[in-house]
Design a protein around this ligand. Structure first.
Ligand SMILES: NC(=O)c1ccc[n+]([C@@H]2O[C@H](COP(=O)([O-])OP(=O)(O)OC[C@H]3O[C@@H](n4cnc5c(N)ncnc54)[C@H](OP(=O)(O)O)[C@@H]3O)[C@@H](O)[C@H]2O)c1
Length: 316
């Protein structure tokens, strides 16, 4: 029996057809899995709109992509910093003005393992602010275009959802009392995933079956994640781990989000990523999801708080 629904090799980009005429909006393409995902989508002829925080890095990324794929690729950047709600609003407005169609919004950008409690300009603990509130706002603002396009939202989660406290610390969401880099990262990724599953329920309740919301994770991939925001110790540990076969290439880490962005008839209720040991590497397919990720009362409460905090109401 094959290991995944896509056979022993799992899902690979060989399943992608010609993507000409499609548009993918993807956050965080200056490195890691986001860069690899953008490269593969562009290589199949799709248009890619990158939402990156650093214009200089974004220009370098564009130059690199053109060097690899040629000057004819259709790639552009709209500057957006997920840590600032004003920046997300400006970027979303620009997308709505300039991008007539969104086949998939791929929410890939994140920070991880921030060593000390840091607040965003809007006053949120930084990992929750960037990874959850930033994405929540972006998705809500772009939803009308995604709906018009009968498109998808792809949330890049993490196996970290199954670490830490495995719920949302509603009585102290900024972790003023017990800040811990790992648990706070885990909470932020769980929050992103819960939002995606709650969105599915809300879409189904209003009968909007043409929009899909998918959740995946990249396993353990060789990227800049810990280097960008982690402590010295975490960076050291991760640098060593990256040299072992326990960690896979950033390119392979991009496969789950590409699958969720493009594969027809993929069951939304699943959780997708590498299916090998600990779900760190291996053929891409469906991974087991622990029930706390779909704790309905937590999902609903988080959604309500997130609408309040971001000041945006989803118009479903
Ligand atoms: N690598 C892993 O093993 C692993 C495991 C589990 C989950 N993940 C998830 O995989 C996704 C991709 O991460 P990665 O591993 O590829 O990390 P990465 O190489 O560090 O890439 C992260 C991307 O996010 C961008 N970003 C960070 N903060 C941002 C902000 N405030 N606004 C806009 N963009 C921002 C970064 O931009 P800059 O270049 O400007 O920093 C970069 O382009 C994340 O959602 C992460 O949680 C990764």
């Amino acid at each position: 029996m094959s290991k995944t629904q896509f056979g022993e090799q799992g899902w690979t980009p060989e399943r992608l057809g010609d993507l000409q005429g499609s548009t993918f909006v993807i956050t965080g393409t200056t490195s890691g899995t986001g860069y690899e995902a953008a490269k593969i989508l562009l290589s199949k002829g799709s248009k890619v709109v990158m939402l990156n925080r650093n214009p200089q890095k974004s220009e370098e990324t564009t130059a690199q992509l053109k060097q690899v794929l040629g000057n004819n690729i259709d790639v552009s950047n709209i500057q957006m910093d997920l840590s600032e709600q004003a920046s997300v609003k400006t970027a979303a407005n620009a997308v709505l003005k300039e991008v007539p169609r969104i086949d998939a919004l791929i929410c890939n950008a994140a920070i991880a393992q921030v060593p000390k409690q840091t607040l965003t300009v809007d006053g949120y603990e930084s990992q929750l602010g960037v990874n959850h509130y930033g994405n929540f706002l972006l998705q809500a603002l772009l939803y009308p275009r995604i709906e018009e396009s009968k498109g998808r939202i792809v949330t890049v989660g993490s196996m970290g959802y199954d670490m830490g406290i495995k719920t949302i610390q509603f009585d102290d969401m900024n972790w003023d009392k017990n800040y811990n880099p790992n648990s706070v990262y885990s909470q932020s990724k769980l929050a992103q995933m819960m939002t995606a599953y709650e969105l599915q329920d809300r879409l189904s309740k209003v009968g909007k079956t043409s929009v899909k919301s998918y959740v995946c994770h990249p396993g353990a991939s060789r990227t800049s994640l810990i280097k960008t925001s982690g402590s010295l110790m975490m960076r050291f540990i991760w640098q060593i781990m990256k040299l072992t076969p326990m960690v896979q290439s950033a390119e392979k880490g991009a496969y789950p989000m590409l699958m969720c962005a493009t594969e027809a008839d993929l069951d939304q209720s699943g959780f997708y990523g590498p299916t090998g040991k600990n779900y760190w590497t291996g053929p891409v397919g469906e991974c087991k999801l622990e029930p706390h990720a779909k704790d309905k009362s937590v999902m609903q409460k988080l959604w309500d708080i997130s609408e309040k905090q971001t000041g945006v109401k989803w118009r479903l």
